[in-house]
Design a protein. Structure first.
Length: 362
């Protein structure tokens, strides 16, 4: 059921929903179906972070310009009439920042308890992004250790999970015990962000950005560029490297399922479960798939449709989705892969966890 009533929306509210549609393929649909209490707050939370990310992603901005913008974005978004027109003409979400004054009007109308969360996460994310933008400039280019990689994912996704969980609990739509289990929330963000980073490796490579940690890729190739060399000898090493990245992402899967058990409201459940189901399906798609080093790949529309309907029911059905894709990963696992055993064990471990909460009949 659609809960929005566009005839009762103000001009700036309408504009915000327009920028939501313009800047997101997948989040727009689930945000617009949210419980009315959180519809506008989550839409504005999304737009604030999308604005920040549009500055982070713009490789035509110098770091001298970019870093202070990232670090002060939280106060810029409190200045009446502020907008930003310096993004490169090809930056896909530049329109949002050009019209950011309209988002600012709505941010000022938020309930203070919700705004506090949005502001806090924007401050922390902007500063975290700035720390990593510095690395790119100094051409250590990207993250080195796995700890660095996970800290970056914390800044851009773990923090989003933290903010969303605080909003859900504040609105009484999730079990407040979730606030005492920050690791579960962190896993929700890490699982999405790591999947995005694995899938987008080629697109990011073209932008001269590297998020895969050197600690992992250096075990497989001498130079980062070698991952994109189509010669068969390099391609098998690249696949082994991507398998290790998938293994690393899979360690969050059980905690994601555990987190979702704490959601009380159906619309919030759908909002959190759809992206997680898409992520496990995307991990299966990228696993043992050399195409990630050549193009931007996506799950099919048909699969996305089925995942949407399965993820808007209950946790048992979402667990079945995870089971189905884990089985496929398990089957595609290659005995020649250096992480063959570890991947097999990890799939088994998640399958066992699911079996312990929802035993299969027969
Ligand atoms: C506030 C709904 C639900 C507990 C803009 C949702 C970009 C994967 O890198 O455009 O451009 O290719 O596909 C979303 C946890 C964050 C993490 C992060 C805010 C889940 C700015 C999503 C989304 C926490 C930094 C996808 C993290 O962007 O990627 C709201 C619970 C924004 C969530 C970015 C990535 C999101 C991402 P890219 P996308
Ligand atoms: Mn970004
Ligand atoms: Mn981005
Ligand atoms: Mn990406
Ligand atoms: Mn992408
Ligand atoms: Mn992108």
């Amino acid at each position: 059921v659609h809960v929005r009533d566009p005839s009762k929306e103000t001009a700036t509210e309408k504009a915000c929903f327009q920028y939501l549609d313009l800047t997101s393929r997948s989040f727009a649909a689930v945000i617009k179906e949210l419980n009315p209490e959180l519809l506008m707050p989550v839409c504005l939370f999304y737009l604030a972070l999308r604005g920040l990310d549009t500055i982070e992603d713009d490789m035509t901005l110098s770091n001298e310009r970019k870093i202070p913008l990232l670090r002060t974005f939280d106060s810029l978004m409190e200045q009446d009439g502020w907008n930003f027109t310096e993004n490169g003409p090809n930056e896909k979400d530049r329109e949002l920042l050009v019209n950011f004054d309209k988002v600012i009007v709505e941010l000022k109308l938020m309930k203070p308890a919700y705004y506090t969360v949005v502001r806090d996460i924007t401050t922390k994310m902007g500063n975290g992004m700035a720390d990593y933008a510095l690395n790119a400039e100094h051409n250590t280019n990207g993250v080195n250790s796995i700890a660095d990689y996970e800290l970056y994912c914390h800044y851009v996704a773990g923090l989003v999970g933290n903010g969303l969980t605080r909003l859900f609990v504040e609105a009484n739509l999730a079990n407040e015990a979730l606030l005492e289990r920050p690791q579960l929330t962190e896993s929700m963000g890490q699982f999405l962000q790591k999947t995005n980073i694995i899938r987008d490796v080629h697109e990011d490579f073209l932008d001269k950005r590297r998020f895969w940690p050197k600690e992992i890729w250096s075990k497989h190739v001498d130079n980062w560029d070698d991952l994109f060399n189509p010669a068969p000898a390099f391609r098998s090493k690249a696949l082994a490297c991507s398998s290790e990245m998938v293994l690393n992402a899979l360690k969050h899967a059980d905690e994601c399922l555990f987190y979702m058990a704490g959601i009380r409201d159906q619309s919030v459940f759908n909002f959190v479960a759809i992206p997680q189901s898409m992520a496990i399906a995307t991990l299966e798609l990228v696993f043992q798939n050399g195409a990630i080093f050549e193009s931007h790949i996506k799950i099919t529309k048909g699969d996305a449709c089925q995942l949407m309907s399965e993820s808007t029911q209950n946790l048992r059905v979402v667990c079945d989705v995870f089971r189905r894709y884990l089985k496929k990963i398990h089957k595609k696992n290659d005995p020649r892969d250096p992480n063959f055993t570890a991947i097999s064990l990890q799939c088994g471990k998640i399958e066992q966890f699911i079996e312990s909460i929802y035993p299969t009949q027969n």
